[in-house]
Design a binder for this molecule. Structure first.
Ligand SMILES: O=C(CO)[C@H](O)[C@H](O)COP(=O)(O)O
Length: 221
């Protein structure tokens, strides 16, 4: 079954501990934590101090998505703050292979994130240095955007390539992962779902109920 990772930038920022404790009761597979620098994307979110504070409340893996320029400078900082997995954007680092190796050298899973318009060919020479690929299904930076339909083909092409080459690489999808888009992203080959305002963190919806609904929906497919 696909893994579910709540996107904590979509939770109540004033009470992230509460969201983590409540979601943990429902056995989430990972927490997705977006880090933004106001340069690579026009927004700001979580930083290493918050990650470190939240780390003490859960043992669930922390998946840190670095939407920042020159992520190579901050791998150690986020590894020290409690990351289990770190993804960096192919568009944000010059020495991609070295950056991924830095993540692996810290004993963490290394992920590579691709904006919707960035082709899969960017992955051609780094297959042996990645554990997961984050396919952005919206342009990164903001919650609540619309899914970009051409990315369905991208998920399928990546999934076929991974199967042909018999690689052990997960496909994570991030952006507008909802009850409408989940059936198709799973059919195309996604393994990890980042769940934000489109599915889990809905207004007037209890987190526990939303997580139950999501789990039963996915099991029913
Ligand atoms: O990466 C992100 C924004 O760049 C968020 O993780 C994601 O978009 C949140 O989910 P939703 O689109 O459902 O609000």
């Amino acid at each position: 079954m696909a893994k579910i990772g709540p996107s904590l930038m979509c939770a109540d920022m004033g009470n992230l501990e509460d969201a983590i404790l409540r979601l943990d009761q429902k056995s989430v597979d990972f927490f997705h934590l977006d880090v933004m620098d106001g340069r690579f994307v026009p927004n700001f979110t979580l930083g290493p101090d918050i990650v470190k504070t939240l780390r003490s409340h859960t043992k669930t893996p922390f998946d840190i998505h670095l939407m920042i320029e020159e992520p190579e400078k901050y791998i150690d900082v986020f590894a020290d703050s409690g990351a289990d997995m770190i993804s960096v954007h192919v568009e944000a680092t010059t020495h991609l292979q070295r950056t991924l190796q830095l993540i692996r050298n810290r004993g963490l899973k290394a992920g590579i994130a691709l904006n919707p318009a960035t082709p899969l060919s960017n992955l051609d020479y780094i297959w042996d240095t990645i554990d997961y690929v984050v396919l952005m299904t919206v342009n990164p930076g903001f919650a609540g955007q619309k899914f970009i339909p051409l990315v369905y083909d991208k998920i399928e092409q990546l999934s076929q390539y991974i199967a042909e080459k018999q690689l052990t690489i997960d496909i994570q999808v991030d952006g507008n992962i909802s009850f409408e888009t989940i059936p198709k992203v799973l059919e195309k080959g996604a393994d990890m779902l980042v769940c934000g305002t489109s599915s889990l963190f809905k207004k007037d919806n209890f987190l526990e109920e939303a997580m139950d609904d999501l789990n039963s929906f996915i099991s029913s497919l």
